[in-house]
Design a protein around this ligand. Structure first.
Ligand code: ATP
Length: 360
C-alpha cells in the first residue's frame, strides 16, 4: 500500500535563472517503510522533506498521503511527527513535559497523556527520566526524547532531518539502531534525510539518491550498492572505482571491454545500455572485488602503489594505473599477503562477475 506519493514535485526559491532546489522528483513510500533521501550537501533533501511536512509548498507537482492530496495543506493538518538535527526540545521543560507537548496541543486528557508519555519513554528506553531537565541529558538521550515526542502523537508519517549529525561517531551508530528498532516496532512510515551513505545503507528499506535537486536512483541498499544507475551513484555509495574502458563487444546485458594491461573482461550492463564496439564504457568495480596480484601475472593491470590505509577490517591500497585509465584504483584487500608499501609495483585483477557498467 502506498502511503506517501510525490509526483513530479519541484521547488524553486527564486523566480528566474537559478536551477530548481528540487527538480521533478517522483517517488512513493509504502506504508511502514523506512525511506531515505541521500545525497551531498545542497542536493535538495531538506527542501523535499519540508514540502512533505508542509513547511514549503511545491512550485509544481503534487504530494499525496494515501488518497488525500496534501500539496497545499497546512503543516499542522498533515499528521506528521518531526525530528530535527538540533533536537528542538524545550530546554526549560522536563523530559515528560517535552514528550507531552503534542498531546496537550491536541487536548488529550491528563490521565491519557500520563499513560502515553510513560509508554513513549519506555519505547525509547528512557524509563524513569520523565522528571529530568533536558540539559541533564546526553545528546543521544535528547535525541531519543525528540523521537518520543514525535511518536507519542502516533503520527501517520515520521519525518527525520539528519537527526544524528550532532552525535559523536559511536553514539551515532547506537542511536541509528535505536531509531530503526523504534520505527519498526511502531510501524510508522518514515522519511529520513542524511548525507551519510553508511547510515542510509544501514537503516533504510529503500534509498533515493539525489544530486542537484534530482533523483538519480531509487532502490534497496543492495541495489544502489551493487547496481548503481550511474557513475555518480557508484562513487557516492561506498568507494567505487569507475574506469573508462574501450568496448570490444556488446550484447543485451553483457559488455566486453579491453583492460589497460592488455586483457579483456566482460562486465554486466543494464538493459538498453546502448553501447557498441568502439564506444567507451564506464565500468564500476568495488574495492573489495579488485584483487591485488603480482605484477608478473599475465594480463594483470599494472600500477604503482600511492597509498596504503589500514582500517582494521581491511587495508585500502590505492594504485596509480597510469594516464588514460582514470588514474587511481583503490583495492580493499582483507588480507594483504606481503607487506605492500607506497612506491611498490603491483598487479590488479578485476573479477568479471563483479563488474557493472554504469551510465555517465
Ligand atoms: P544539506 O545536507 O546541506 O542540508 P540539502 O540536500 O538538504 O543540503 P537543501 O537544504 O534542500 O539541501 O537545499 C537545496 C538548495 O536549495 C540549495 O542550493 C540551497 O541553497 C537552496 N535553498 C534551500 N532553502 C532555501 C531557501 N529558504 N531560500 C533560498 N534557497 C534555498
Amino acid at each position: 500500500m502506498i502511503d506517501v506519493k510525490l509526483e513530479s514535485v519541484s521547488k524553486r526559491f527564486t523566480r528566474s535563472g537559478e536551477a530548481a532546489a528540487v527538480d521533478d522528483v517522483t517517488l512513493t513510500i509504502a506504508a511502514g517503510e523506512f525511506f531515505t533521501l541521500l545525497g551531498p550537501s545542497g542536493c535538495g533533501k531538506t527542501t523535499t522533506l519540508r514540502m512533505v511536512a508542509g513547511f514549503y509548498f511545491p512550485t509544481a507537482g503534487h504530494i499525496h498521503f494515501g488518497e488525500q492530496d496534501v500539496t497545499r495543506l497546512a503543516p499542522n493538518k498533515r499528521d506528521t511527527g518531526m525530528v530535527f538535527q538540533n533536537y528542538a526540545l524545550f530546554p526549560h521543560m522536563s523530559v515528560a513535559q517535552n514528550v507531552a507537548y503534542g498531546l496537550k496541543v491536541r487536548k488529550v486528557s491528563r490521565a491519557d497523556t500520563a499513560r502515553r508519555v510513560a509508554q513513549a519513554l519506555t519505547e525509547v528506553h528512557l524509563d524513569g527520566y520523565g522528571t529530568r531537565r533536558i540539559d541533564e541529558l546526553s545528546g543521544g538521550q535528547q535525541q531519543r526524547v525528540a523521537l518520543a515526542r514525535a511518536l507519542v502523537i502516533r503520527p501517520r508519517t515520521l519525518l527525520l532531518d539528519e537527526p544524528l549529525s550532532n552525535l559523536d561517531a559511536k553514539l551515532r551508530e547506537e542511536t541509528r539502531t535505536e531509531i530503526r528498532r523504534i520505527q519498526r516496532e511502531s510501524g510508522t512510515t518514515s522519511l529520513y534525510v542524511t548525507h551519510d551513505q553508511a547510515e542510509a545503507m544501514a537503516m533504510s528499506d529503500r534509498i533515493a539518491v539525489m544530486r542537484s535537486g534530482q533523483v538519480q536512483q531509487i532502490g534497496t541498499p543492495r541495489e544502489v550498492y551493487h547496481e548503481p544507475a550511474n557513475a555518480f551513484v557508484a562513487r557516492f555509495i561506498g568507494r567505487s572505482n569507475v574506469l573508462s574502458l574501450p568496448v570490444t563487444s556488446a550484447e543485451a546485458t553483457r559488455v566486453g571491454v579491453a583492460l589497460p594491461g592488455g586483457g579483456r573482461v566482460t562486465a554486466t550492463a543494464p538493459d538498453g545500455h546502448g553501447l557498441g564496439e568502439g564506444d567507451t564504457a564506464l565500468v564500476a568495480a568495488r574495492p573489495e572485488h579488485v584483487v591485488l596480484v603480482s605484477p608478473e601475472e599475465p594480463d594483470a593491470i599494472r600500477g604503482t602503489v600511492t597509498g596504503v590505509e589500514f582500517t582494521g577490517m581491511a587495508t585500502h591500497v590505492t594504485v596509480d594505473i597510469g594516464a588514460g585509465a582514470d588514474g587511481d584504483v583503490t583495492v580493499a584487500a582483507v588480507d594483504v599477503p606481503d607487506r605492500v608499501d607506497v612506491g611498490d609495483r603491483v598487479g590488479l585483477r578485476l573479477p568479471a562477475e563483479r563488474l557493472w557498467v554504469v551510465r555517465p
